[in-house]
Write a protein that binds this ligand. Structure first.
Ligand code: C5P
Length: 224
């Protein structure tokens, strides 16, 4: 069932969290539930990382990475290598450059502001891209559970990797995403926390909807 919204301003739902926390699945389900457009912002950073790799460049090169973020070929958003573990690493490295984040900012804000409303998932949606979003979720799960999920996803896409190596990658990406100075991964002060470690997809989505409803109820009270 699609919930009705009496608000005149478009609804924005910000969903942030670390890799394989379940934020993508939850964000997509929220978009379907509320009939909102959906953007996986990780794909933009992944496309910038892939563009640098395809050009034979180094993701640590701030200038090359910023140019790639500003001009990457949109077709890259659909290539299978976008989601590979090699490209996760490149995305995580390019995403720490302030020039890369600046190049992708306007596009994400424009998506968030579209008249029909939107759900965006990423690392800095509630803190930087849409700090005024009326509903914000921060999705987490233990590193071991996230590594097991990512390991299954990679295996299903033919990218067979050792579970210990996947866990090491996840920990390295978390440390980079949390430790960078430009828009680090962190829970916004007004974001609701949802730990999906012990939750199957259905209950996790139900809890996410309940948290969004609570946030929207608070927002309406503040407006009224
Ligand atoms: O979400 P996903 O794991 O696909 O993102 C890939 C990488 O892109 C992350 O590890 C993170 O470094 C970066 N990213 C980011 N900000 C976002 C989305 C993703 O820095 N909003």
């Amino acid at each position: 069932m699609i919930a009705a919204f009496p608000e005149t301003t478009p609804l924005i739902i910000a969903v942030d969290g670390p890799a394989a926390s379940g934020k993508g699945t939850i964000a997509k389900a929220l978009a379907a539930h509320y009939a909102l457009a959906y953007l996986d912002t990780g794909k933009l950073y992944r496309a910038a990382g892939l563009a640098v790799r395809l050009a034979g460049g180094d993701p640590a090169d701030a200038e090359a990475a910023a140019a790639a973020a500003a001009h990457f070929d949109e077709a890259l958003l659909a290539v299978p290598d976008l989601m590979s573990s090699a490209n996760s690493e490149a995305a995580s490295i390019v995403s720490a450059h302030p020039g890369v984040r600046a190049a992708l900012l306007a596009r994400q804000r424009a998506f968030a502001a579209q008249p029909g409303g939107a759900v965006l998932d990423g690392r800095d949606i509630g803190t930087v891209i849409a700090p005024h979003a009326p509903a914000k979720l921060f999705i987490t799960a233990s590193p071991e559970i996230r590594a097991a999920r990512r390991h299954r996803e990679l295996a299903a896409s033919g990218d067979a990797r050792d579970l210990a190596a996947v866990l090491a990658d996840i920990n390295a990406r978390d440390a980079r995403d949390r430790g960078r100075s430009a828009a680090p991964l962190r829970q916004a002060a007004d974001a609701a926390l949802l730990d999906t470690s012990d939750l199957a997809i259905g209950p996790a989505v139900q809890q996410a909807i309940a948290l969004v409803e609570q946030a929207l109820g608070r927002d309406r009270q503040q407006q009224g």
